[in-house]
Design a protein around this ligand. Structure first.
Ligand code: C2O
Length: 534
């Protein structure tokens, strides 16, 4: 196994996008940021240098971080942020997983522009794929763009109490394409050869929206999601929530020409909350076809097409590999976790707030990041009292309103946890929305999902044979999903809504996983681990 080393300099970058000049913050002046490619079993070393004016942490989304939780990059959960002019070297092994993951800033809205692909190749090279070796591999990072400085967008969202304004465009590999008001917008284009199989590594790095994705004239075979292989699944549309990845094979057997790829929002909100109506486009061009040849546009499902989204999300099944231990059959912790948004009184410092501010919670606990000078992981490791409480409730409480708390759920090493995730209507005026729930530190088996309210009779629907394995599940608006995982990794592991707008509102909780018997211990923090300030 090799050591793969990168230096990411995070700093200001001038860019012209949507006919406007802006300064954004990027890694190494790139949007999307650099692609990291490793082979399963490698050690990844990333020297993060913070030349931006903002506190920064970098998260390796979906990487297990087995006994390397100090490197998870969740701001205030596993580390304090890297201060401006500071640096920190992330160093960890990537073992026991392969496929498409990604990395992103995990401090404030910076992740809108600081993100990239993290591709883990099989140990035996392409012959290790459980599908025919593709001729070409194409990363497709779907993103979201604001004309304004995203830190201002986030601050404003706090001051108004309503969360960030909607974005100004969706992007494919950092570019909005040609279907928007700015005719000169940059558009991603990839050249393919006729009669081959391409592997699209699709990543939803958008900040606040689930997406439909299509390529005109072509269909897909899904072979993996969230870096876990799936049984081949044929579809003409990909549905993908923030945080998720989908690996899809695409045969280039259409008549040689130019074809649009396109993405737009899937949003089944039961109340009319505005969202980005734009369509991001890119081009698939066959070799030898002139650049001016007209391109066909795919017809995307309507924005609120819950049926198409559900069909995609619920049809995937896992492709167990010989090393896969299978779904654990006994459960040590049964939990039901509801979540949603509600209205709270404006805080005195929310100076642009009128009427009410939004607040979000899981089981009526609105997650508060610790304001002490330690991260949760440091507090656990060093036994610092008073930083968090261990009373995150296993079941929803009948109480009204919210408790603001840094509450964690404590589990023992190797305990099996099952969580019914239920999207709830907390407020009679706000309705429900989709919430992609992401778990750090573990993959989980996705046993079942549905619309409406979960009840115990739905246990008969659990797929214990070949469930998909994911790190992020798109819980439908007002619907539910059941996940099960084994807590085989000591540390503090964040579970939260991957709609960035909901994170500062409190739609999060933390699993505290205790050390196992030696050698299953969390080692001491790296010597250069960032210290907290302020
Ligand atoms: Cu992709 Cu906690 O994040």
């Amino acid at each position: 196994a090799a050591v793969v080393e990168h230096t990411f300099k995070v700093g200001g970058t001038k860019i012209t996008q949507l006919c406007m000049n802006s300064v954004i913050y990027t890694a190494n002046q790139q949007l999307p940021g650099p692609t990291i490619e490793v082979t399963e079993g490698d050690t990844l070393v990333v020297h993060a240098v913070n030349d931006s004016p903002y506190p920064l942490s970098l998260h390796w989304h979906g990487v297990y971080q087995l006994r390397s939780g100090w490197n998870d990059g969740a701001n205030k959960i596993t580390q304090c942020p890297i201060q401006p002019s500071g640096n920190f070297t992330y160093r960890f092994n990537i073992t026991g997983q392969e496929g498409t993951l990604w990395w992103h800033a995990h401090s404030s809205l910076l992740r809108a522009t600081i993100y990239g692909a993290l591709i883990i190749k099989p140990r035996n090279g392409p012959s290790g794929y459980p599908f025919p070796e593709p001729y070409e591999e194409i990363p497709i990072l779907l993103g979201e763009w604001w004309n304004r400085n995203v830190d201002d967008v986030e601050n404003d969202g706090y001051l108004t109490g309503l969360g960030p304004q909607i974005s100004d465009a969706l992007t494919i590999n950092g570019m909005p394409g040609d279907q928007n008001r700015c005719k000169g917008s940059a558009m991603y284009e990839v050249e393919v050869e006729y009669g081959k199989t391409c592997l699209l590594r699709i990543i939803n790095a958008a900040v606040n929206v689930e997406l439909f994705f299509k390529v005109a004239g072509h269909t897909f075979t899904v072979v993996a999601a969230d870096a876990s292989y799936t049984k081949p699944y044929a579809t003409d549309v990909i549905v993908i929530a923030p945080g998720q990845t989908v690996d899809a094979l695409m045969n280039t057997t259409a008549s040689p020409g130019r074809y649009y790829m396109a993405a737009h929002v899937f949003d089944s909100k039961t109340v009319a909350v505005p969202f980005d109506q734009s369509t991001a486009t890119g081009i698939v061009k066959y070799k030898g076809v002139p650049n001016y040849a007209p391109a066909a546009m795919p017809s995307l499902p309507p924005h609120d097409d819950v049926v198409t989204a559900g069909r995609f999300y619920w049809s995937l099944t896992g492709l167990a590999r010989p090393s896969d231990p299978g779904v654990p059959t006994t459960v040590d912790h049964n939990m039901v976790v509801t979540f949603g948004l509600d209205q709270a009184p404006c805080a005195p410092n929310q100076t642009k707030c009128s009427g009410f501010a939004l607040v979000a919670a899981m089981n009526r606990n609105s997650f508060q990041f610790p304001d002490q000078k330690v991260s949760l992981l440091e507090a656990l490791y060093k036994g610092v009292p008073g930083v968090y409480s261990e009373d995150f409730p296993d079941f929803p409480s009948p109480m009204q309103g919210f408790r603001k708390a840094t509450a964690v759920k404590k589990v023992k090493y190797n305990d099996v946890v099952e969580v019914v995730l239920q999207s709830e209507q907390y407020s009679s005026t706000l309705g429900t929305e989709n919430h992609p729930i992401h778990l750090h530190g573990f993959d989980f088996y996705l046993l079942a999902q549905g619309l409406g309210r979960f009840n115990p009779s739905m246990k008969s629907k659990y797929n214990l044979v070949d469930p998909q394995v994911r790190n992020t599940v798109a819980v439908p608006a007002g619907g539910w999903a059941v996940i099960r995982f084994m807590a085989n990794n000591p540390g503090m592991w964040f579970m939260h809504c991957h709609l960035d707008a909901h994170l500062p509102l409190g739609l999060a909780m933390v699993f505290e996983v205790l050390n196992g018997p030696a050698p299953n211990l969390l080692p001491p923090p790296p010597v250069d681990h960032p210290k907290c300030h302020g």
